[in-house]
Design a protein around this ligand. Structure first.
Ligand SMILES: Cc1ncc(COP(=O)(O)O)c(C=O)c1O
Length: 440
């Protein structure tokens, strides 16, 4: 394969230094990417983009779809040696921890979906989060973050930050005045999740971005619960958007991956952390993610259709005390959801009568949703915060974040709404017919 074909247009346009090296050239401009050549989306719609952007038919055989470049290393030619010498190794294939055509292909698709100049994939969502946060913060710096965070991110701030000389203040993500008040002279970052778990609070990202810009602080948002079909997070003024691609982006519960997307300038700052921490994504996993992404838009429509029908059904059930689904009018953030989200997601949280004992019986009585943590797969997944995601919390801590006894977390898959409703109808009927719960 010729160097021109495989190295992409970014590489061929990469600035060449005349004197002093590329890194010392203050006028340098970085092209978007790095991407393989000429694989932009032929249309602007999300489905067209999901199917075509970044996908790179095999130039040698014409095989449709990006080949899996299962290689750890690449033959070194003049181009590669020059990239090392001139400081643009990210624009050449040298070694797969640095970059691989399978990574570049899926990165181009992800960047196109997010409307970003650049994206990098990681071996997990946590690798994306850790690399991004540590790239954008110096020793001694401070982050203002949501008090409603994914547990792994909370652990990063709580367990790792003190040893790194970094500090976090956690604030209610709905209390915009407290968020601004928490900003200190050494605050470098604001870190929030677009939709929180499990209470599915929808955060006013444009408002956070206004604060961040005014106070000269960077804003990073984990949009795992709001993939690009639902929200193009960067369009709301966010600096870097992160996802656990293990969830909706891949969509098939068969892969762990993460992504960070944003302006190339910032992604180029995060990339050395990927190298240092070693969280690069294997080429086969890139293939799986790229394949999963092709159906993102249709999957999200199916998730929304089934979740909306099931949430509406659950809201009408006498034994269901509360239902949280952002597209229901009863959701406290319904207006924000309507304003920011183009599409609903599949996550519903609800509380049933009879507390956690009843919830345990419900998950056993259902036949379609699998009892498993995680979310965003084509199959419905169900779990209880009290014995999974918030198991280390005391009952009082759970109450503080709104998790009542009997709280159930459901990731609605793409199964037919009628089948899901029938399954819940049967399970609710069965558990409340039982004597113990009737008298609970
Ligand atoms: C909101 C959110 N962010 C990040 C992560 C971490 O992603 P991963 O498990 O891919 O490392 C998760 C995992 O559940 C998550 O729910």
């Amino acid at each position: 394969m010729s160097d021109k074909t495989i190295q992409g247009d970014t590489a061929s346009k990469a600035p060449r230094n005349t004197t002093g090296g590329w890194l010392s050239d203050l006028d340098r401009k970085r092209a978007a990417g790095p991407f393989l050549a000429d694989h932009a989306s032929p249309g602007t719609g999300m489905s067209t983009t999901a199917v075509h952007a970044g996908t790179h038919d095999d130039p040698r055989t014409g095989a449709v779809g990006t080949p899996i470049y299962q290689a750890s290393t690449f033959v070194l030619g003049d181009n590669q040696y020059k990239s090392v010498e001139d400081g643009f190794v990210r624009d050449r294939f040298i070694y797969s921890r640095y970059g691989n055509p399978s990574q570049w292909a899926v990165q181009e698709k992800l960047a196109a979906l997010e409307g970003a100049e650049s994206a990098i994939v990681f071996s997990s969502g946590m690798a994306a989060i850790t690399s991004t946060v540590l790239a954008l913060m110096d020793k001694g710096a401070h982050v203002v973050a949501s008090s409603d965070l994914y547990g792994g991110t909370f652990n990063l701030f709580n367990q790792e930050f003190p040893t790194l000389g970094m500090f976090a203040t956690l604030v209610d993500p709905h209390d915009y005045e407290a968020i601004e008040a928490a900003i200190q002279p050494n605050t470098q970052l604001m870190y929030f999740e677009a939709i929180t778990n499990p209470m599915l609070k929808v955060i006013d990202i444009p408002r956070l971005s206004e604060i961040a810009k005014r106070r000269n602080v960077r804003l990073v948002v984990d949009a795992t619960f709001a993939p690009p079909v639902a929200m193009r997070t960067l369009d709301h003024g966010v600096d870097v958007v992160i996802h656990s691609a293990s969830k909706y982006l891949n969509g098939h519960s068969d892969l762990i991956a993460g992504v960070a997307a944003g302006p190339r300038k910032l992604i180029d700052m995060i990339w050395p952390r990927l190298l240092n921490f070693g969280g690069s994504l294997d080429p086969h996993a890139c293939f799986l993610l790229e394949r999963g992404l092709k159906t993102l838009a249709v999957r999200m429509r199916a998730h929304e259709e089934s979740a909306m029908a099931l949430a509406t059904y659950l809201e009408g059930q006498p034994k269901v005390q509360k239902v949280f689904y952002p597209f229901l009018e009863s959701h406290p953030d319904h207006a924000t959801a309507k304003r920011l989200l183009k599409n609903g997601t599949g996550n519903i949280t609800f509380v049933i009568e009879g507390g956690d004992a009843a919830a345990l019986r419900l998950v056993d009585a259902l036949s379609i949703p699998k009892q498993a943590t995680s979310l965003g797969g084509v199959e419905s997944l169900i779990s209880l915060p009290f014995n999974t995601s918030q198991a280390t919390f005391t009952a009082r801590q759970r109450a503080d974040v709104g998790i009542d006894p009997g709280c159930v977390r459901l990731s609605v898959g793409i199964e037919d709404a009628a089948d899901l409703i029938a399954d819940f109808e049967n399970a609710l009927g069965t558990i409340y017919a039982s004597k113990d719960l009737t008298h609970a």
